[in-house]
Design a protein around this ligand. Sequence first.
Ligand code: FAD
Length: 421
Amino acid sequence: MIIIPIMISDMGKSDEVVTTETCIIGAGPHGLAAALYLKQADPFADLTVIDRSNEWLANWTQQFKRAEIATLRSPIVHHPAPNPYALTDFVTRKNFSRSDLPYDPPTTQAFSAFCAEIITEADLAPPLIAAPKSVRSDHNSIKLETSSGIIYAQNLIIAMNPHQRIIPQWTWNIIGHQAGLIEHAFDVDLPNMPDLYGQRVVIIGGGLTGAHLARNATQRGASVTIVARRPLQIRDFDTEPGWLGPKYLNDYHADSDATRRIQTAHDARNGSSIPGWMLNSLTEPINGLSIEILDSTEVLSAQPTPPKGCVLNLSTEEEIYCDQVWLATGTQSSLHSMRWLQPILQDIPTIDGLPLVDQSLRLGPHPIFVMGRSATFALGPAAGNLWGARQAAHRITTAITGLELGSDGSAHSSKPRNINS
Ligand SMILES: Cc1cc2nc3c(=O)[nH]c(=O)nc-3n(C[C@H](O)[C@H](O)[C@H](O)COP(=O)(O)OP(=O)(O)OC[C@H]3O[C@@H](n4cnc5c(N)ncnc54)[C@H](O)[C@@H]3O)c2cc1C
């Protein structure tokens, strides 16, 4: 990486010009997988990683801390490192306790310690703090203008998890009325909240984030109601395991109708779900308090009740009063939420904000690759999960280096191949 400090007079501060082989935007699990695969294929790979934070996995770690999530949902073989068994070996070697849950998901603590170790072992520098502002591509290289300077790169990997939060319309009536009356689940920071004891909290949504919040808020003495549109969906994983292999993916890839393919992927995710062990723990009293679950129920409208709280009118004609509403209503992935990418996206067909990428996850003729849910067209409904991180990192690494890592992550079985064939 070459860094040339230059002065941009109207900004009055030193800005940088960076020239690099590969720029990765986003230092979450997906960006980390890309960096690790590229380093595995070529230990001298020249990478520049940018993020809002100068720490790896800052967003991931914050989400788990805020909702006090003690274990992952996915099994222990899913993580950012190229060798699927690396986390299992790490947990054994370092004597970390197992979660003892079905399918052996790792504990959050073991996953974090593991990621810290693989980042150190791969000698990955902390991300540079920068946000993209505009991009230009001549089909062979890109120029990325960021909030901290300009990056010239031969390849750009977008691993930013671009999404919009789903905010139901009925909330508009109560947003901005009282501090803390309504929060998105990602903003609920349990360890740093005022005392929840005796608070009536309504959580909207029947997914796992909401369920963790419900359980942990009850633990803190809150009286919690979950309101979910459908009966709670009980699934071990958020996507059926058949979507991680040929069982479903063969037919998916064989479907030449792009719109139907994206629809199939949406249907396969089929909204939010929770594993059976979580349902059990929601239905058992916690410190003498029970969580109320109102499923097949929608909130139709809400009215603030000054000086505090609000009333929610439900589709069951019931009314419930609460002090706080937390929206665990999920997110929608969309590349279009990134305005800086618009000049590139003009040439790329998208359906529901998802680009129709090729097998190497490349955006048309540009040396720009996508990871996460943006790779759904090629990878299927599990693209946004940790499984998808490794699949995407594998394909993008092959496209960039011409080398294909072995299924155990080894670089020895590499074979050059034409990525566009
Ligand atoms: C609570 C929770 C638990 C989950 N548990 C699991 C699980 O157990 N197993 C599983 O497989 N999946 C799980 N997922 C799904 C998925 O793996 C996570 O959402 C994961 O964080 C996605 O990784 P990512 O790298 O795509 O996104 P992120 O972790 O969100 O990382 C994206 C990075 O991009 C950066 N960024 C974004 N915009 C900009 C910008 N404009 N400029 C600079 N940087 C930017 C962010 O700061 C962030 O660091 C979970 C999701 C959630 C919300």
